[in-house]
Design a binder for this molecule. Structure first.
Ligand SMILES: Cc1cc2nc3c(=O)[nH]c(=O)nc-3n(C[C@H](O)[C@H](O)[C@H](O)COP(=O)(O)O)c2cc1C
Length: 450
């Protein structure tokens, strides 16, 4: 299913907000998207551009579930399955994304938003960048793109990611394809970090058939269903990129970043541009949710993992709750170490038992209150490589950011303070005691309001 078939589905399900009044991509559109955060919104009349704009299609888990035709509770397992079993996509000779081919084009015709008055420029925020690594093949990754000319972008390339490693291996320019207006499987796969050599487009294809087409001017393949494809080169020149609001909702620092030269634009005849509001729900969910399967896979190697949630309070990137079925006394500690391997940007992890709902913060806190002892169950890791997005971490220009990390094993302790192993019955005593359910209607007085 393409972006536009999701829009149709969202409309049918009553989720889509359609705005027919003209809206300006300079500041105004970002304010409207912000006011409607959590809802898919389609702008049909965009000031200065012939294209429609959509936003918010990934701003709630239920929209992913709607697109992938499954229950929300199945999403994690569908992603785990696709990540572990990629399927090579089929190649097609002609594609909707190449209905119009523009050699002589101007990026100013695209409805690229300026989100805030202090932004470094108009920013493409939902652009999926495809390059070829000389050793590992195709790599697909999100990169924000600041328009700096009619055919130029500054691209933010985080150190150590697929695009960065490919760029370091070539001496000259690196061919690039930037896909805008992608299907949900492509967006999810682009946000994953599978092991080197695993093709993200094959993961998208395992989620749902994602045929590819050859680009017109570069030796790359792109999803045939994309709305727009920009073909070009990542040059060896750089420029100041930013300011830009990141996931933290704070200003990211301005850095020297590579310049992309765009040579060709292909698109659907009535292409729809996807604008993702930085720092808001869609940005957060797309960052965090696709990392849950890699945490799940890593934890599953050391114990029985039941569920994983990257929590919204940790800006959907730094904090996770891992739910396990504890079978050995040290499973909680092992799960912490594995979860840090599964998502290297994680900073704080809480591990809970299967009776605790990871989606309920009060239950997770209850587990910490009743099962956790800091001197026994807290793991602190000092001075570790970490996320560049954490303002409190140590940032040294040109070096990997470093931070302290913490894991809380909030599972039922199998050892007593005396060192003796608790019996199964004694461990059961840590569980909440419930009351038997009754039908309250039977007890209410006739005529009572509540
Ligand atoms: C909305 C969104 C925006 C992102 N922006 C950037 C970016 O500007 N630069 C970057 O290097 N990574 C960015 N990322 C993160 C990468 O897409 C993500 O970490 C990806 O999985 C890296 O894959 P790789 O390690 O295979 O290259 C963004 C992710 C999302 C979801």
């Amino acid at each position: 299913m393409s972006l536009r078939s999701f829009i149709a589905k969202a409309q049918e399900a009553g989720y889509l907000v359609t705005i027919t009044r003209e809206v300006d991509p300079y500041l105004e559109m970002a304010r409207v998207i912000n006011a409607l955060d959590g809802q898919p919104v389609l702008f049909t009349r965009v000031k200065g551009s012939p294209y429609q704009v959509v936003s918010g299609l990934c701003s709630a888990r239920e929209y992913f579930a709607l697109d992938l035709c499954m229950d929300q509770s199945q999403l994690l397992f569908a992603l785990v399955q696709a990540l572990g079993n990629p399927i090579t996509p089929q190649m097609v000779a002609s594609a909707p994304c190449q209905e119009v081919v523009e050699g002589e084009m101007d990026l100013n015709t695209l409805p690229i938003l300026i989100h805030l008055p202090d932004d470094g420029g108009p920013y493409v925020t939902a652009g999926v960048v495809i390059v070829k690594d000389p050793d590992h093949g195709r790599n697909m990754c999100f990169h924000r793109l600041m328009r700096i000319g009619p055919r130029q972008f500054a691209v933010r390339v985080v150190e150590g990611r697929g695009t960065d490693t490919a760029l370091r291996k070539v001496s000259g320019e690196l061919e690039v394809a930037i896909c805008l207006g992608n299907s949900i499987p492509v967006l999810l796969a682009a946000a994953m970090s599978p092991p080197k050599g695993v093709d993200e487009l094959s993961i998208a294809n395992a989620l749902r058939p994602t045929p590819l087409v050859k680009c017109r001017s570069v030796d790359l393949e792109v999803p045939a269903d994309s709305e727009f494809v920009l073909e070009g080169r990542i040059t060896r020149r750089s420029v100041a990129e930013g300011p830009f609001i990141d996931l933290t909702e704070t200003w990211d620092i301005v850095r020297q970043q590579p310049i992309i030269e765009v040579d060709c634009l292909t698109h659907r005849r009535d292409a729809i541009y996807h604008a993702l509001l930085p720092g808001r729900l869609e940005h957060k969910l797309l960052m965090g949710m696709p990392r849950e399967p890699s945490i799940y896979a890593a934890v599953s190697q050391v114990c029985q993992c039941k569920n994983v949630l990257i929590t919204p309070g940790g800006m959907s990137w730094l904090h996770a709750v891992v739910q396990i079925v504890k079978q050995f006394p040290d499973d909680g500690r092992k799960a912490i170490a594995a979860a840090f391997r599964g998502h290297t940007s994680l900073k704080h992890i809480v591990v809970v038992d299967e009776d605790i709902d990871p989606f309920n913060p009060a239950e997770v806190e209850w587990a910490i209150a009743t099962r956790f002892q800091a001197d026994r169950d807290l793991i602190v890791l000092e001075d570790r490589p970490s996320s560049s997005l954490d303002p409190s971490a140590t940032h040294i220009l040109g070096q990997k950011t470093r931070t302290s990390k913490m894991g809380l094993d909030a599972t039922i302790p199998w050892y007593k303070p005396t060192g003796e192993l608790r019996t199964r019955e004694e461990r059961e005593e840590f569980k909440k005691v419930g009351y038997e359910e009754v039908d309250v209607a039977v007890y209410r007085t006739f005529g009572e309001k509540r």
